[in-house]
Design a protein around this ligand. Sequence first.
Ligand SMILES: C[S@@+](CC[C@H](N)C(=O)[O-])C[C@H]1O[C@@H](n2cnc3c(N)ncnc32)[C@H](O)[C@@H]1O
Length: 439
Amino acid sequence: MSQSARLVSAKILEQVLLQRGSLSTQINKQISHVEYDEQGLAKELCFGVCRFYPQLNTVALSLLSKPFEEKDFDLYAALLMGLYQIEHMSTPDHAAVHESVELCRQLDKEWATKLMNAVLRRYQREREDILENLSSQPSMAHNLPKWLVKRFKKHWDAELDSIIEATNAHPPMCIRVNEAHVSRETYKQKLAEQGIVSRETSFSVSGLYLESAVPVTMLPDFENGHVSIQDESAQLAASLLAPQTGERVLDACAAPGGKTGHLLELAPDLDLTAVELEPWRLARIESNLERIGGSAALICGDASQPDQWWDKTPFDKILLDAPCSATGVIRRNPDIKINRKPDDIAALCDIQASILDATWQTLKQGGYLLYATCSLMPEENEQQITSFLARTEDAKECPLNLLNDKLALGFGKAVTHGVQVFPTLDGQDGFYYCLIKKG
Ligand SMILES: C[S@@+](CC[C@H](N)C(=O)[O-])C[C@H]1O[C@@H](n2cnc3c(N)ncnc32)[C@H](O)[C@@H]1O
């Protein structure tokens, strides 16, 4: 039996607040409990609460005499949703309060109805004073965790304001046209015929930004693999590696397979091996490849343990799109504002280093490895590569577009090693790349 959008949203957000998996994982698990027509509302509530969590959380804590205990994080989610509706949705205030009180009952917590009503009504009455009193708090100004702003400032003082602005904005919808089927120009025209306005990406040669986001079902021939949803920065990875027919290529951290698919679009006869740690994410690569009609050897394995999956035939090229803090793509994964902790960065750096060292052993002499992350943290990027180059005698950094000189550089900022891309309003996501040659 289906459940209300608000009830399922509260349960999804409860799991996110309890650090039991990412927002996208929880949405995938639970969204089917909501009627199809209501799923948009559920997603808006979930993404919206995460996107504005630092501000909503500050306001909520100021309204409560004591914070909710973990066992009542479903109620806390309901309160944050109530505040989000009042502050950012067109829901009339009285309806937002009424729905939030009703939600306490749906959560079987009748005892909380008075509290919910009192807290939200007080916010309605005293909103301006409350916001004025809280305005000096950094969480209100930046809408990001304090530790993260501190790190951004430490590393990227000059870019800080634009990073914060782009990180808090809605990301643009960007698509990659599969030019094996249709040119970008023709596809742009097809979109225009559907009333969908688009513009060309600046650096990726096959990307289009849509003026407004649309459901994929509205994209002509999406089901036939003529286009995929992929940010412009992510589109550059396969182009930089420039796969050639017949080459043996490793996509070391492959799910959900956005770049796996792109590699195959650029060279359909590639001998491509895609390795992914998480079995359920491997299924995502499978369905992506099925849609675009590409084929690769899919392996569920740990890229840092090639003995488990490597047949000892060296690869010509490796794409290492490493697991990272995703601090360049917070606008697409706003639950990072809740889940990411400062200590995660060092742990991720260790994982990245071990995958780098291990996959390097599988690369042939004269082969190339493209290291990529969607992080803005130098520890995961240029510093990671500085250490790798220092401990790896046969590794040399190359110009980023060595393998594809048709690709215009000019995106991002050249750093000690590689290129750091920052997120921009209506433009690219935050990313990092470095191309390394063996021998
Ligand atoms: C940044 S995502 C890759 C995105 C992907 N390349 C794409 O374009 O769609 C990193 C992926 O690495 C996987 N991963 C994490 N640790 C891994 C490991 N030790 N071995 C293989 N995959 C790993 C994660 O589960 C995640 O799916």
